[in-house]
Design a protein around this ligand. Structure first.
Ligand SMILES: *Cc1c(COP(=O)(O)O)cnc(C)c1O
Length: 423
């Protein structure tokens, strides 16, 4: 059996009981499945291969902000994935993981001069432009580097569709992208520049989009807009149509990949451009869990609390978005159900993973997993309450690798400096 499954009453990942991992690496810890990542990549790439001609396959750029551990990046790179980076740090990671420069798309609302220079020197495939100031800066820096930088403009198409407001990025008022009139202005501006070449547009309307209809609405807007650009004699040879592919957190209906691929074939393919996509959570989200241990139980005003050793600093999504994550015990999985508040040790009322959730009875010392933690988990983790970042472990069949060690207190305290006038 592969992936997360129960064997002899214990939750395992491939052939490895999660209790063994807890024993070896301690808790809290992130545990990932290489096989699930591979399966997700194959499912998306497969749907596209089946539906789009071989010479028109999209560049699948993994939005690595979802999980940028070098071990995960290397795995995706080895599968043939391309990558999208949103900072100089992510660019460094992409290069270190071995992604070829022509497979790197550089995005970000506030790229700094240093980051743009690093992108130019690496010769990334393109910059996704979010403002005219950035366009001007790229033109100047590319001139300085004696380069011609390829850029696409991020269009804010005013299309909704994300699962909730905080992960919507393509509606009026969102900070991302430019309104259509501004993108037109951007093309005009770029035409007068010597060191940039405007090649197309980019949209990313948000995350957890479960309806092909939301994508179709977007694709129609893109097609109309490409028509408008071409009517004004602007070249449009690249379309980056973003990410937002959903994963299973609870019991949501997921996007039908074949119908998505068909919508791409119907609306985007005829525009005859290079096609770029940016799947993030889809590739890694369901591949990861946060493994945690129950520290204490207590009753207060009639509610039962389980205090676990993982916290909001390790996995921020419930506190940040009110996101729902599945929780399961590692053993004694058929115990009688009991309503629990599952909380972490951090001194914040929002450090709650679940409220009044019916779970098999657990007691101090028991292990549990918080599911769907492979995306936007460890990469959002902080040292709040001076808690070390948890380790990350990658499992592939019977192979187990520590892909990031637990942070030490030396790592944590070592960067602080006490002024000598206080010593
Ligand atoms: C976050 C992000 C993605 C990926 O979003 P998912 O919901 O993880 O697929 C893709 N592109 C951009 C620009 C993003 O900001």
């Amino acid at each position: 059996m592969s992936g997360f499954h129960e064997q002899n009453g214990v939750l395992c990942l491939d052939s490895v009981p999660l209790s063994d991992i807890a024993k070896k690496y301690g808790t809290p810890a992130y545990v990932y499945s290489a096989r699930v990542i591979r399966d997700q990549y194959d499912a998306l790439a497969g749907a596209l291969q089946k539906t789009l001609p071989a010479n028109r396959q999209p560049l699948l750029c993994y939005a690595c902000k979802a999980n940028s551990n070098l071990g995960i990046l290397k795995l995706l790179q080895s599968l043939g994935s391309s990558i999208e980076v949103v900072s100089g740090g992510e660019l460094k990671r992409a290069l270190k993981a071995g992604f070829a420069p022509e497979k790197i798309v550089m995005e970000g609302v506030g790229k700094t001069e240093e980051e743009i220079l690093a992108g130019l020197r690496a010769r990334v495939h393109q910059f996704n432009i979010e403002s005219f100031g950035e366009l001007d800066l790229i033109n100047r820096l590319a001139g300085q580097e004696k380069q011609l930088a390829d850029v696409v403009f991020r269009l804010n198409p005013d299309v909704g569709g994300a699962a909730y407001k905080k992960i919507s990025t393509g509606s009026k008022g969102d900070k991302f992208g430019l309104a259509p009139e501004r993108v037109l202005e951007g093309f005009a501006r770029a035409q007068s520049m010597e060191h940039v070449r405007a090649l197309g547009i980019f949209t990313h309307i948000g995350s957890q989009i479960t309806e092909t209809g939301s994508f179709e609405a977007l694709f129609k807007k893109i097609a109309d807009f490409v028509g408008l650009l071409r009517s004004k004699e602007y070249e449009v040879s690249r379309l980056d149509i973003g990410g937002g592919f959903p994963i299973q957190y609870q019991d949501e209906d997921l996007l039908d990949l074949d119908s998505y691929a068909n919508a791409v074939r119907e609306h985007i393919l005829p525009l005859d451009t290079e096609i770029i996509m940016e799947p993030g959570r889809y590739l890694v989200g369901n591949a990861g869990v946060l493994l945690t241990k129950v520290l204490y139980e207590k009753e207060s005003y009639g509610e039962d609390f389980l205090v676990v050793d993982g916290a909001m600093n390790d996995l921020m999504r419930p506190a940040l978005y009110g996101a729902w994550h599945g929780i399961e015990p590692v053993a004694n999985r058929d115990a009688a159900l009991h309503p629990y508040n599952i909380v972490g040790p951090v001194c914040e009322s929002s450090d709650v993973f679940a409220k009044q959730r019916n779970l098999p009875e657990m007691k101090p010392g028991d292990l549990a997993v918080i599911r769907t933690a492979g995306a936007y988990g460890v990469c959002m983790a902080s040292n709040y309450n001076t808690r070390p970042l948890p380790p990350e472990i990658l499992v592939d069949g019977d192979k187990i690798a520590l892909i990031r060690a637990r942070q030490s207190y030396e790592d944590l305290l070592g960067a602080d400096i006490i002024p000598d006038w206080l010593v």
